[in-house]
Design a protein. Structure first.
Length: 293
């Protein structure tokens, strides 16, 4: 059974959501410690892909994600790393998933300090802070939250709350878990923005963009484009009336700008690219090139 059908209907069947994460690791900057990290990639991948992240049954469907980890420092069993986290879901044609994928999140987190001991089992404990596993847990809940929101309006809330709870229980002195300022990426601020009622139009637009936008382009293109434009107008209004430098909006466009530039080539009015430039000046060049069609 497809996740599309399950999430669209009800989420009451006992079971669990499964994530399929492809983990890659770069040791170039800590080559001297490489022998102590031989199993690191496998341990992280096994930890993520073996967890029951949800009690919902997705009928065997797996949420696809990637995590590229770059070690930057090593001191005994203490390490510093940076990570690029990404996820995607299929674009549907009717009720059937196509081969085309849409990116859901693209986040670069440059603040991950943790202890790792080769051969020591990894355990998930939601009531006790652990710099290593909490980092992984946080991003898996964020990934699930956005995936769920894309199928049913606001259905990812419980997972975003779990991610925010992880941020809240981390010590204030813990690297990477502090409250950021301005548009600088911060896990705490990011999830706080997601859950802020002021930004609910963004999340409602996220659902419209995917479920009633991308998923309709093949069968009802006019309606699909209408809903995609609705998302852009939601963001435009939020940027004008609340926080124009919100991490949430920046993350959306950093993830979606390539897709938006390509998808809008099929829209009847080329002036749509001016709208994109207004709400996402950081990727103006990409939109200008796409406007030439």
């Amino acid at each position: 059974m497809l996740r599309y059908a399950i999430i669209f209907c009800s989420l009451t069947i006992a079971g669990y959501a499964q994530i399929d994460c492809d983990v890659t690791v770069n040791f170039d900057q800590v080559s001297a410690a490489k022998d102590k990290l031989v199993n690191f990639e496998r341990d992280v991948e096994t930890y993520i892909n073996s967890q029951k992240w949800s009690t919902d049954d997705l009928g065997g469907e797996k949420i696809k994600c990637t995590m590229n980890i770059f070690f930057t420092a090593a001191d005994g069993n203490s390490y510093k790393a940076q990570a690029f986290i990404g996820s995607s879901r299929p674009v549907f044609v009717g009720k059937n998933p196509s081969q085309k994928k849409t990116p859901m999140i693209r986040i670069f987190d440059d603040k991950w300090d943790f202890v790792y001991v080769q051969g020591q089992p990894l355990f998930r404990n939601e009531s006790q802070y652990d710099a290593f596993t909490d980092f992984l847990d946080f991003y898996m809940f964020v990934i699930i939250g956005f995936d769920y929101d894309s199928y049913e309006k606001l259905s990812g809330t419980q997972y975003f709350r779990k991610a925010f709870s992880i941020c809240s229980q981390a010590p204030s002195s813990a690297t990477g878990w502090d409250r950021g300022t301005g548009s600088t990426y911060s896990k705490y601020n990011f999830t706080e923005e997601i859950l802020n009622p002021t930004n609910q139009p963004f999340r409602e637009g996220w659902h419209a963009y995917h479920f009633r936008g991308l998923d309709l382009l093949a069968t009802k293109p006019e309606k699909g484009y209408e809903n995609i434009l609705g998302m852009l107008n939601n963001i435009k209004s939020l940027k004008q009336n609340s926080n124009p430098r919100a991490i949430l909006f920046k993350t959306f466009f950093d993830t979606k700008y390539g897709e938006l530039a390509e998808v809008m080539k099929g829209y009847k009015d080329v002036n749509v690219y001016q709208t994109l430039i207004q709400v996402d000046q950081a990727h103006q060049t990409t939109y200008e090139e796409a406007a030439k069609r």
